[in-house]
Design a protein around this ligand. Structure first.
Ligand SMILES: [Fe+2]
Length: 200
């Protein structure tokens, strides 16, 4: 590879270059935030199954980055989400999901590895579902809560994301109400169902 040596005199660099591995989605120089199975209590349909799994062992469900970008509308936050494979009963491992505190802000997700879905819903009850494989980019429109779901039983589902840095995360609404729809495995295939626990 050609080496660039002529940038020595460039001062006050404000740009960032961060490497995210195409193999595992991790950035070697940054620390990801880890979400454990124990932090997902109440999020899955089968609470008894979750308790049974936790009695044996807690484990990481997903990891993602907070780059510490300034909380400012002119900035962009970005990073990767690494969602590990597995199920709680018939329900695939998923992220908790969130609305943005600034509800009218969008987000981009680009899949680099694995196979999964992005489930979205807005407060009015419109539901969107997009299947993601490597190379697929999904635009999450403003006002839509979003959750990723890993339907592979072997591979991590890895996505690169970008959103307005001051968007903020509202997890509470999803923790309280849930999503209207769930993705479960039925006869070996993913199926979208109404969430019996959804709380209007
Ligand atoms: Fe988001």
């Amino acid at each position: 590879m050609k080496k660039v040596t002529s940038l020595k005199n460039v001062k006050n660099i404000k740009s960032l270059a961060i490497k995210f591995s195409l193999i595992d989605g991790l950035a070697p120089d940054k620390k990801p935030i880890k979400r454990m199975l124990s932090e997902m209590k109440g999020m899955y349909l089968d609470d008894a199954k979750l308790d049974e799994m936790l009695a044996k062992q807690d484990r990481i469900i997903y990891e993602f980055y907070n780059m510490g970008m300034p909380y400012d509308p002119s900035e962009l936050a970005f990073g990767t989400t690494i969602l590990h494979p597995g199920k709680v009963g018939d329900e695939y491992f998923m992220t908790k999901g969130h609305f943005h505190e600034q509800l009218d802000t969008a987000e981009i997700y680009y899949c680099t590895k694995g196979h999964g879905y992005l489930l979205m819903e807005n407060p009015e009850g419109d539901v969107e579902l997009q299947e993601m494989t490597p190379g697929v980019c999904v635009y999450v429109p403003p006002n839509f809560a979003h959750r990723s779901i890993n339907i592979s039983d072997m591979e991590p589902f890895i996505m690169f994301f970008v959103f307005r840095a001051d968007a903020g995360h509202d997890y509470k609404t999803i923790e309280t109400k849930g999503f209207r729809k769930l993705i479960i495995e039925k006869a070996g295939k993913p199926e979208i169902i109404n969430n019996p626990k959804w709380n209007s």
